[in-house]
Write a protein that binds this ligand. Sequence first.
Ligand SMILES: [Zn+2]
Ligand SMILES: [Zn+2]
Length: 367
Amino acid sequence: MTSITAALTRHNGADWELTPADIDDPRAEEVLVRIVATGVCHTDVGVRDGHLPMELPGVLGHEGAGIVERVGSAVSDISVGDHVVLSVGLCGECDHCLRGLPTYCEQGYVRNFSGRRPDGSATLRVDGAEVGGNFFGQSSFATYALADRRSVVPIPADVPLELMGPLGCGLQTGAGTVINALRPEAGSTLVVFGAGAVGMAALMAARIVGCATIVAVDLHRSRLDLALELGATHVVDAHDADVVGAVRAACGGAGADYVVDATGVAPVAAQAVGSLALRGRCALVGVYPPDAELRIPAGALFFGQSVGGVVEGDSVPKVFVRRLVELWRQGRFPFDRLVEYYDFDDINTAVADALSGRVLKPILRIG
Ligand SMILES: [Zn+2]
Ligand SMILES: [Zn+2]
C-alpha cells in the first residue's frame, strides 16, 4: 500500500476533489507508475456526467504518463525507471486481442469501466473504504497509478514525458482512425467534423498519409484557423446553413472519400454520412449520449457508402503510441500545438476550459 493524492469524483456531476488515498501494491502482472502528467479527455467528463458507467466514488483519468516505480514479479518487458504512457486495459488472450484489435477486447468493459481489477478486487481506498479505480486500466488523476503490464507503453526517455500522455487515448483515437481504420489512399479526400483534439489528430494523420483534400468542420473560428495550420486544406463553418453542401463543394462536388465524426453529436454524424462520395466510408469516434439516434435516409448508403464506429483508432497501443512519438519527433504530428498545461489542483478549471472550447487538450502536471 502506498499513500497517494487522487482527484476523487464523489458522484455524477460533482467537481473533482483532491484527497489522500491509498493504492495497492502491484500484483504479479502489474506496474506501479509515478504519474508525471495526465491529459484530460472528454470521456472523463462523460463518466462524471453519467453518460458512461463507472463505480463512484472513484478516480478517473486515462491519459497518464509517468515513470515506473515498481514492477510485479511476472513483468519482464518493463523496468523500474522506464518512461511510460498508459493506455487502455486489454486481456491479450481473447479473439480480438489475438487478432490485433485489442481496443475491442472482450474484457474491455471490466478492464476499463468496472472500477476494479478483473477479479473484482479494488485498487484504491479513501479513508479505508474501497473506491472505484482501474479506470481505463489506470485511474491516472492521481500521483500514482497501477496498470496491467499489457497497457503500459515504454517510450524513449529523450522526449518530454509530460506531453505524451494524451497519445494513450485521444490522439491515438484520432490518428488511428485515419492511419489504422480508414487507411485513405494518397490523393484522396478526407473530412473531419469536430476540430477538437481527436479531430485535429485525425487531420494531422490525413496529412501524414497524403490525403490531397482535407476539410475541417467546426463551430469555433479559432479551431478552424488552427486546423488550416495543422494540415486542413479547406474549412467549413458549422454555422453554415448548408454544411453538407459546403463540405461537398470543398471536396470538388463529389463528396468525401473518408469522413470522421469526432463531435459525439448525432445530427452531426448524419451530416457526416451525407457528405460521403460513392463508396465513401464514415467513421464515428465520438461518445454519443445513450439515447441519441443516427437518422439517415437508407438510400444514403446505396452507392457503397458505409458508416461504423471505431474505438481508440483500432490501435495496438504498444505499437501505435511509439509510432506517434516518432512522428511527433519528426515534426509531422505536432500535437503539442493542441496542449495547455495546468497544475493538478486546477483540474476543475482545466475541465471547464476544455468544455468551453477554449482549450483543445488540457494536461495536468502532477509530479
Ligand atoms: Zn479518452
Ligand atoms: Zn482481450
